[in-house]
Write a protein that binds this ligand. Structure first.
Ligand code: SF4
Length: 375
């Protein structure tokens, strides 16, 4: 008896990818034209023999629009854990047994102190994040105080907020307080969304991104890969995001936390991560593409190649897990021949950089609390 066909079992035959076809995709991207669905699927299914051609084609597009610059961003987890939602990838979901920090709202001064640290490390944007389905009015009041505190100290910093599902009036309050941007990732394709979360929908997330944009906040929305999605899902979410017109697009790779439903899901290879990033670069040629969570554990030694596709990374730790030491990331950027965006310095010469030449101290989540770091 035949089993139920899966999405992958009925995939059509894919076109071959060659250096010439990649040249055509890159040339189109330079003119602002995204790949066709067939080209996108072919790229995702391409072999190791053309991997460097894929990266080189994406890198041409990245160079054209972003030169040798890498933008640094810094996450501030203002309220951690105990969320009501059940996003299966998230260590803060309801019922999560992941051993992550749980703490209530940091006070505005502690949040601004972290923003100072971020600015000193070269970050141009801070992302103020709180776990939860969405903010209530009291939460909005807390966040607007934090924004005002940061604005008073660091007028040059871009401030992004990420508070879950947002109402239109709340978006306007954040904007009026001085927020520049709002992040809400759609995370995966609409078709796959029900496999990832049952407590809210893909459409809910899309609505929030739209509301943020309508209120004048720069919309930031991206995805997470490695959650059992098919190549079709990857293409679908890329095109759905393009329709939303975000100003920045984070690409995350699943950190499969113990104690979550996706514990033990190690489905990605460094090569697959690079193909996904290249696809996103072609779909978003002139949009900030941010290499997000999971880069260290999935790209591993190929991270520098990813910097030739993405033009933006997070510095330091993620919301509930340790990131790379900031010093190591700055070294990687310099070694790749790239320069931190907004840096007053000349490009760092890696041959002259020594152990005593430190500019940034690594940070740990839990700042502002008595709790230990959750490395
Ligand atoms: S709404 Fe946000 S914090 Fe809550 S489970 Fe989903 S991703 Fe995690």
């Amino acid at each position: 008896m035949q089993g139920t066909p899966t999405k992958t079992a009925v995939e059509p035959a894919r076109a071959e990818v060659s250096a010439a076809s990649l040249d055509a995709v890159a040339a189109a991207a330079l003119d602002g034209i995204p790949p066709t669905r067939q080209e996108a699927l072919a790229l995702l299914g391409s072999g190791e023999d053309v991997l460097l051609d894929v990266v080189a084609a994406g890198a041409r597009v990245r160079r054209r629009f972003f030169g040798d610059r890498v933008k640094l961003n810094f996450l501030i987890n203002m309220k951690s854990g105990a969320c009501s939602e059940d996003c299966s990838y998230c260590s803060q979901r309801r019922g999560s047994d992941a051993e992550v920090l749980k703490y209530p709202w940091l006070d505005p001064g502690a949040i601004a102190d972290l923003a100072d640290l971020a600015a000193a490390g070269g970050a141009r944007r801070v992302c103020l994040v709180a776990a939860g389905k969405g903010p209530n009015q009291r939460d909005i009041g807390r966040v607007t105080k934090a924004i005002e505190e940061i604005r008073g100290r660091r007028p040059e910093l871009e401030i992004c907020t990420c508070l879950g599902l947002l109402g239109g009036a709340q978006a306007e309050q954040l904007r009026d307080a001085g927020a520049d941007a709002y992040n809400h990732n759609v995370n995966t394709s609409e078709e796959h969304y029900g496999e990832v979360c049952s407590t809210h929908s893909f459409a809910d997330r899309v609505d929030t991104v739209r509301r943020a944009g309508h209120a004048g906040l720069s919309p930031c929305s991206g995805a997470i890969f490695g959650m059992r999605e098919t190549d079709e899902d990857i293409v679908d979410v890329a095109f759905a995001l393009r329709d939303l017109g975000p100003a920045s697009v984070p690409v995350n790779f699943l950190i499969p936390f113990d104690g979550t439903p996706l514990e033990g899901e190690w489905l990605l290879t460094p090569q697959r991560c690079l193909r996904i990033l290249a696809l996103f670069r072609f779909v978003f040629p002139n949009v900030e593409l941010r290499l997000g969570g999971g880069r260290e554990i999935h790209l591993r030694t190929l991270q520098p190649l990813a910097l030739h596709l993405a033009n933006s990374i997070f510095l330091g730790d993620y919301l509930t897990s340790a990131g790379e030491a900031a010093e190591a990331d700055l070294q990687m950027i310099a070694d790749a021949g790239l320069v931190v965006d907004g840096s007053e310095r000349e490009p760092l010469d890696s041959s002259r950089r020594g152990a005593g030449d430190k500019t940034v101290a690594p940070r740990r989540r839990g700042a502002g609390t008595e709790l230990p770091p959750n490395a």
